[in-house]
Every structure is written in C-alpha cells, then in structure tokens.
Write a protein that binds this ligand. Structure first.
Ligand code: SIN
Ligand code: CO
Length: 382
C-alpha cells in the first residue's frame, strides 16, 4: 500500500497523515468513506452466524422504564432465542466476522495501513430501533462503519470514567457528550482509545467495528517469559551452582545471597537473547485465536507442483508476520534470510505469492510452503 496516497476511506487524507494527526489522538468523521456501501451480510446471514458456536456473540437488551435497565447475555443464539424484530432497544454483537466471511476480511484489510500486529477483528452489530450498548469507552481504537440504517453517535473526551454500579455492562455513570453525528451507510467514525461514545440505532441498524489489539505490559511479559522458559536450557545452559567459598552457617534456613545472584544471572542471560525474545513475540502475535480451526488436507506427491502452477494466498484465518530475522505464521517461527525471506515477506504483506514467485522458492522453502498448504493455512490463488 502506498501510504502517501490520499484515500476516500479516510476522507481524502493519506494513511500517513491519518496516523500522524488522528491515530490515538482524536476522532475523525468521514462521510461516505465507502460510497454506496451495502452490508456484506444481510440480517439472516448475521443471525445464522450468531447461532454458530465458533462466533463470539453477545446480546444487549434495554428494558424500558424511567431509568433504563440493561440485560446482557453471551451467545450463541438460535434464531428463536432472539427477541422479536419489532421489539425496540435490543442489539446483538458478533465478534470476529472477518474469520468467517471473505468479503468482510477484505474490508478489514483496507485498514492494513496499521500494522497487522495491531489489527484485531471486524465486529458486526445489529440493533432494532433505539438499540445500543449504552455510553461507554473502549480501551482500544475503533473504526465504526455504518452498514445499514442510521445510528446516532454522541461522543466526548470524558474525564470522569467512573462506571454505573450494578449493571452487567460497562456503562459510564456521568456521560457528557460533546458532539453528535448521525451516521448513514458508508459513513465512518474513528475513535481513539478511552474516547466516550454512545451509538443509538435510529430504526433497524447494522454497524461494523474494525477493532485493534493493544497488548498490555503484564500480558506481554507473561507470554514472553513463558516462551523464554521453554528455551531456557538452550539460552542459559545447564551449568550447576558452585559454592566453594560457602562458610559454615549458624542459620541453616537462610537462603544464601550467592544463590540469588546465581538465579539473577541465569535470568539475565535468558533475557539477553534478543533473538529468542523477538521469536517469542512473533509467535505470540501470530497465534491463531482460540476459536480458529484450519481444514487440513491430505498430502499428495503433486502438491508442490500445484502450488508452483497456481500460486498461493493466505487463508483468511492465517496470521503471518515477520521481523528482521524470522517469519512467523500461525504461532510458529522460521529463520529466514536472503531470497526466501524476501518472498516470505511478500507473502506476509500481500497475503499472496504469485505462481512465478512460488517457482523461485529454494529447495528448503518450497516444502515449507507446501506443508503450510497441507495444514490448510494457505489456499491456491484463483
Ligand atoms: C455497537 O456497534 O453497537 C457498539 C460498538 C461500540 O460502541 O464500540
Ligand atoms: Co465502543
């Protein structure tokens, strides 16, 4: 992607300018970001997905009254478990639709001017008139694309982030909106993390949310330490503690200070292996989501020939990234250098590799790519 080229998706500014001026800083409203946008799934298709075990679906029902009450349920939901369409004020939210629908995945990919390591999923919400999830803030960035009907968004730079007590959802106790916009199909609203917002459906409404993952320090530290632990033997060696200068002790229960130093030294060695750290990070970031399954194939002798003739593309569920020394795919890491690394990077960036490029892979790389295809991680290029 040429990040300097103006996009109608971003209201005529380039991804470069968007990232500099708006990303994690301030909201951006783009009217007709996707002109003539039509929902990629109709209501029946979305409800079908909401009944699927592998999709993560939530339902929010507003109970009418002077002080509205909220009910919240986790799916899956069979069609008959949904309230009647004529009943106002309810909503279902289906997470990760990009994993199930190719065109939804393609739409999400229009936002790949943000690194894949940050892009999370595309959620679709369906609401009847007046439906919404209440005023709240999210801890991640979001692009809200109106897909069907209208939604009134009220937003604000809320300072007071205290939440209403005793409700099953995170709802701001003292929401103070500053502006409001009514979004129509094709309109897009970007909100940075912690920006307060409340979207209320005006008639039947579908909204697509392109969401991002924001790893936190504790989560990353835990994940990386676990992975480093698996490689500890190789990284720090198995040399044994020695204490020829240990004096005789009157307090035998006290841990020797030297033992702590020995442990610190071992840990430091493990942490100093920057390649192992980078490997752990890439494996963690490309780990498929827990509800993802690939359809493995039966390997055949002619597989490599097929891929050479047709080229490959990543399955929409596949996560592939790279760093200076490795390529990562679906939680696995491979050292890569030279021409093969260049081709692997094309595959990761473009999510496809032409037949010509597959033909140019080395004798080590081609069997690897073929194995990925057998795993169901790749498809042939149509
Ligand atoms: C919705 O689509 O109803 C909610 C999306 C959000 O507020 O993040
Ligand atoms: Co939100």
């Amino acid at each position: 992607m040429d990040v300097t080229q103006a996009l109608s998706l971003l209201g005529g500014i380039s991804p470069q300018v968007f990232m500099k001026r708006y990303w994690q800083k301030k909201p951006l409203l783009v009217r007709q970001a996707v002109p003539d946008f039509k929902p990629l799934l109709d209501r029946a298709q979305l409800f079908e997905l909401a009944a699927n075990e592998d999709a993560q679906t939530r339902m929010v029902i507003q109970e009418p009254g002077s002080k509205p009450g909220w009910r919240f349920k986790h799916g899956p939901f069979q069609r008959r478990a949904l309230p009647p369409l004529k009943q106002p004020g309810w909503s279902i939210l289906v997470q990760g639709v990009d994993l199930h629908h190719e065109r939804v995945h393609d739409l999400m990919n229009q936002f790949r001017f943000v690194p894949d390591a940050r892009l999370d999923d595309l959620m679709i919400s369906y609401a009847t008139d007046g439906g919404g999830v209440g005023p709240h803030y999210d801890s991640y960035d979001v692009f809200l694309l109106q897909a069907h009907g209208k939604r009134r968004w009220r937003i604000g730079r809320q300072k007071d982030l205290s939440l209403q007590p005793d409700v099953p959802l995170k709802i701001l106790a003292n929401f103070e909106p500053e502006v409001e916009y009514v979004l129509e199909p094709g309109d897009l609203l970007y909100l940075p993390p912690r920006y307060a917002h409340d979207g209320i459906a005006e008639g039947e409404c579908m909204t697509y949310s392109i969401g991002f993952r924001i790893p936190n320090r504790a989560e990353l530290a835990r994940e990386l330490l676990q992975r480093l632990a698996e490689d500890a033997e190789e990284a720090v060696g198995v040399s044994l503690y020695r204490d020829p200068n240990q004096p005789a002790v009157a307090q035998p229960a006290e841990i020797p200070a030297r033992m702590l130093e020995f442990a610190q030294d071992a840990l430091q060695d493990a942490l100093q292996d920057s390649r192992a750290l980078a490997r752990g990070l890439g494996e963690y970031l490309t780990e498929p989501k827990p509800n993802v399954w690939f359809d493995a194939r039966v390997a055949a002798a002619k597989d490599a020939q097929t891929l050479k003739a047709l080229g490959v593309r990543l399955d929409r569920r596949t996560r592939m990234m790279f760093d200076a020394h490795h390529v990562f795919i679906n939680g696995e890491s491979f050292s890569a250098s030279g021409r093969d690394a260049a081709f692997m990077r094309v595959l990761a960036n473009e999510r496809a590799l032409s037949a010509r490029d597959v033909c140019s892979l080395s004798a080590q790389a081609l069997p690897l790519v073929t194995a990925w295809w057998v795993n169901g991680w790749l498809q042939v290029l149509e």
